[in-house]
Each structure stands twice: as structure tokens, then as C-alpha cells.
Design a protein around this ligand. Structure first.
Ligand code: FES
Length: 101
């Protein structure tokens, strides 16, 4: 999908829904893990840091998609992990590839 991040308040899931991209979701509230996505950069630049929500950390850890090391990098080194929840991740001004099932 190509979408403009716009207000910086919209989640990947809401942008996907606006553009009829069928990312699966259930709770839309960071609890079920249905909306798991894999995010990578499409440019040479490293990905921009973005904070994981507390709910997102819990779900990603439970599903084995976030190690303690990745969490530390995300929080200290500002390096976002590959796996995110589409309903929790806010889109930023960067070119990213979002893979979903
Ligand atoms: S839809 Fe449930 S965690 Fe995102």
C-alpha cells in the first residue's frame, strides 16, 4: 500500500482500512495479536524510532516476537523491532514495507 502518514496519529491498521488493505484484526485495541505485521525499511535510511505501547509489548512478548534484547534496543537505542501490531503502530514519514497475513 502507498499511504501518506498525514497527521502522525493514525495507526497502520486505520490507514490500511481506509485503503481497503485486508490486514486481519479483531480487537483493534492491542490485545489479541491478530493484526501482527512485519515492518522493514524501503529506503537506505534506518527506520525511525517509534514507541511500542505497553499492550503491544505484552502481546509481542507472549507470541515470541519480541526478545528482551529487541525491547531494550527499541527503548534505549531507538531501533524499532521488526514485528509490530498494526493497531498500535503509528505511521511516520518513512518508506516502509508492511507484511501481513
Ligand atoms: S487487532 Fe487485536 S491486537 Fe491489534
Amino acid at each position: 500500500m502507498y499511504a501518506v502518514a498525514g497527521s502522525h496519529t493514525e495507526t497502520i491498521l486505520s490507514i490500511a482500512r481506509e485503503h481497503k488493505i485486508p490486514i486481519s484484526f479483531d480487537c483493534a485495541d492491542g490485545e489479541c495479536g491478530t493484526c501482527m505485521i512485519k515492518v522493514s525499511s524501503l529506503s537506505d535510511k534506518p527506520r525511525m524510532g517509534s514507541f511500542l505501547t505497553d499492550k503491544e509489548k505484552v502481546v509481542l512478548k507472549e507470541q515470541g516476537k519480541l526478545t528482551a534484547e529487541e525491547l531494550e534496543k527499541a527503548e534505549v537505542g531507538d531501533q524499532p523491532p521488526a514485528w509490530r501490531l498494526a493497531c498500535q503502530m503509528i505511521a511516520r514519514d518513512e518508506d516502509i514495507l508492511v507484511e501481513y497475513t
